[in-house]
Design a protein around this ligand. Structure first.
Ligand code: NOJ
Length: 541
């Protein structure tokens, strides 16, 4: 029998380096800042750090536009700093998972600088070029950041493809030389001792632009199998692909070990439960709670015994979950813990995004000048042009802008929340005096210690790792409840997702393992009243 993979009982912590901790006072978080906070991650108990990009980059998209895959951006430090981080993490039992951004490069990457010079340049085919008709783009493909996905390049009179910013030209994966370059680079990082890769928009690498296919192209899985063979296949790493376009069928293709592709993927179906199908995330709608439950349950059931789920509410692209689907005011602490319970009770590998573990909230934006992210700024101008009202645009931005997640980490109540001694690259949330690491560590009932317990449970309780998931009361409009069953053990996870108290009933007694309210050690579950955002994990006895 295959030994259980280590990442099945691990918890990953995502660091967005720019906003985590600044060691040199330039206002930008850096690698040495992360090193200075390893004690904190050790205290929390996480096993892996997913490090958002620290590579050389002109920062059109905060590092997701890489100009040198082998180099560290000076604003984050040096390669020696990174090696030291990997080494020190290893001593704490923490692995570093690097962000692998290979759907596109920066337009300042030497490959692209060469490629755009002439049609017969040896690097030309590293990218995707098409002739437009009469100065128009070759077709109507749109960029994820608004506008056309094609940019005219004067040097040769052709357009190149960019699914994101025009400073992020898409690589041509059809070209074997490109794939070879990427395998070499990945192997270099593996040799350096990293613990895995998080693969940026990896479901786009099989694109067929002439047929307007962005995600899930015909050769996608072939490429991933080749990647597996040529790089990490025989190593003991964690690989997770970002796949906005995944359904359960290809979720299995990606993560079934027999397929020899990846260990797991980020799929986003549950995060679309407050979106209007076919519209943009900016077109707001309130949460469809039943859809949310159904979506989680569908993935839990579909991947059982076949693939593996990753579990997340947050990352650097998503607004803060406690503001989105919890209550970031009166019940901030209760609802943050409830949301954590829903997620960490399920089967899969949980991911925590920096600040989530202290219940950090969205930023109180008041005007467009408050935003830094290219996606938000583009959307603002686009919608302004289309005649949208300022107020409506701001509502969308406040709810969904990625900048919500990118405000500096709140360490203490000193100036700039202890993030920097200088002036921070981006604004600190004014609630830092109350919400910060120092005060969380001083309060035994804080969100932090609740996360810590959840992380420990995953390591100590095989039922959380292995247990089969079953959704309870799927039609209940406010309660999220499910069981996990393993051997002769059965756990019940029951959460009131909302503020109004609600009755719940399950025909058994439960020994309480964890709750966000004070509980008797044993509960008669056939009639309980759940308080606002109450969450209980118990073992059925
Ligand atoms: C997904 C990343 O998470 C996001 O931040 C980035 O803008 C795009 N991919 C493009 O790399």
């Amino acid at each position: 029998m295959e030994r259980q993979k280590w990442w099945k009982h691990s918890v990953v912590y995502q660091i967005y380096p720019r906003s985590f901790s600044d060691s040199n006072g330039d206002g930008i978080g850096d690698i040495n800042g992360i090193r200075s906070k390893l004690w904190y991650l050790k205290e929390l108990g996480v096993d892996v750090i997913w490090l958002s990009p620290v590579y050389s980059s002109p920062n059109a998209d905060n590092g997701y536009d890489i100009s040198d895959y082998y180099g560290i951006s000076p604003e984050y430090g040096t390669m020696d700093d990174l090696k030291a981080l990997i080494f020190e993490c290893e001593n704490c039992g923490i692995k570093i998972m690097m962000d692998l951004v290979v759907n596109h490069t920066s337009d300042e990457h030497p490959w692209f600088l060469e490629a755009k010079r002439s049609k017969d340049n040896p690097y030309r085919d590293y990218y995707i070029w098409r002739k437009g008709e009469a100065g128009n783009p070759p077709n109507g493909l749109g960029s994820c950041f608004g506008g056309s996905a094609w940019e005219y390049s004067e040097e040769t009179g052709e357009h190149y493809l960019h699914f994101f910013h025009k400073k992020q030209p898409d690589l041509n994966w059809e070209n074997q030389a490109v794939r070879k370059e990427i395998w070499n680079m990945m192997n270099d990082w593996i040799d350096l001792g990293i613990g895995g890769f998080r693969m940026d928009v990896i479901d786009m690498i099989g694109k067929v632009p002439d047929q307007k296919i962005k995600e899930n192209g015909p050769k996608l899985h072939e490429y991933l199998q080749e990647m597996n063979r040529e790089t990490f296949g025989d190593k003991n790493l964690l690989t997770v692909g970002e796949c906005w376009g995944a359904d359960t069928e290809n979720g299995i293709l990606y993560s079934d070990p027999r397929q020899k592709e990846l260990d797991m993927i980020f799929q986003f179906e549950h995060m679309k439960a407050d979106e209007i199908p076919g519209k943009q995330k900016w077109d707001l709608k309130s949460l469809e709670f039943l859809q949310l439950k159904q979506s989680f349950a569908k993935w839990q059931v579909a991947l059982e015994g076949k693939g593996w789920n990753s579990l997340f509410w947050n990352n650097h692209d998503l607004p803060r979950i406690v503001s989105r689907w919890g209550d970031d005011k009166e019940y901030r602490v209760e609802s943050a813990k409830m949301l954590a319970t829903v997620l960490h009770g399920m089967k899969g590998t949980p991911y925590i995004y920096q600040g989530e573990e202290i219940g950090m909230t969205n930023y109180p934006f008041s005007g467009i000048e408050d935003f830094a992210d290219v996606e938000s700024i583009n959307m603002y101008h686009e919608r302004k042009k289309m005649g949208y009202k300022e107020d409506d645009i701001m509502k969308s931005l406040c709810a969904k802008a990625r900048d919500n997640a990118r405000t500096p980490m709140q360490w203490d109540d000193s100036r700039e929340a202890g993030f920097t001694k200088g002036s921070p690259w981006y604004r600190v949330n004014p609630n830092y005096k109350k919400i910060n690491v120092e005060s969380a560590l001083a309060d035994k009932n804080s969100v932090f210690y609740y996360y810590k317990k959840l992380i420990r449970l995953r390591k100590e309780e095989p039922v959380l790792v292995e247990g089969i998931f079953e959704l309870l009361c799927p039609k209940d409009e406010t309660i999220f409840a499910y069981t996990r069953e393993w051997k002769d053990q059965k756990w019940l996870i029951v959460c009131n997702f909302y503020k109004n108290p609600v009755a719940f009933s399950y025909p058994a007694k439960g020994r309480v393992i964890l709750s966000n309210y004070c509980q008797e050690p044993v509960l008669q579950l056939d009639k309980i009243n759940l308080r606002p955002y109450e969450a209980i994990i118990c073992e059925l006895i």
